[in-house]
Design a protein around this ligand. Structure first.
Ligand code: ZN
Length: 156
């Protein structure tokens, strides 16, 4: 299967999603958390809202993923095209991915979904952190997912 970058088709939504992330990242709560963790560390750049890109798929069961560039301290969030019409799921994924970005930025060295990650996710998303651990499939998402991953098993 060929991975295709379809970001250009969704620029208007991406602008909106980046504003959504901005609101979280620059909240007092997260700025305080970050400042506390990077005290005394030479970071390469101030915290910044991750770039958002959309590909036809990140993988059969991956709604989104974060690419972190240590040399510039920048994050890129890649979303799967098959999930992006579900605004609620996208917001949940964005909170989840922002927590990955912040964990990396703060040099919290632990596996991606460790308890250390969950602590960051709780800070990003105090109300929804349980829901934000994983996206939920719906019939609509599964229909679109099956178009690109014909062999996946989906609930009927
Ligand atoms: Zn994750």
């Amino acid at each position: 299967m060929i991975i295709e970058d379809v970001t250009d088709l969704y620029l208007d939504r991406i602008i909106k999603w980046r504003r959504y992330l901005e609101k979280y990242l620059f909240s007092d709560r997260l700025q305080d958390f970050i400042a506390k963790h990077i005290g005394g560390i030479d970071v390469n750049a101030p915290p910044s809202v991750p770039v958002i890109v959309v590909s036809n798929t990140c993988g059969a069961s991956i709604g989104g993923q974060t690419w972190y560039y240590k040399d510039t301290d920048e994050g890129w969030i890649e979303l799967s095209e098959w999930i992006i019409d579900d605004e609620e799921q996208v917001r949940s994924i964005l909170r989840h991915e922002l927590a990955h970005y912040i964990k990396e930025y703060c040099r919290i060295q632990a596996p991606p979904h460790s308890k250390e990650y969950t602590k960051v996710l709780k800070m990003v998303s105090p109300k929804h952190f349980r829901r934000d651990k994983h996206w939920k499939s719906t019939k609509e998402i599964d229909m679109k997912r099956k178009l690109i991953h014909p062999r996946i098993k989906i609930r009927t």
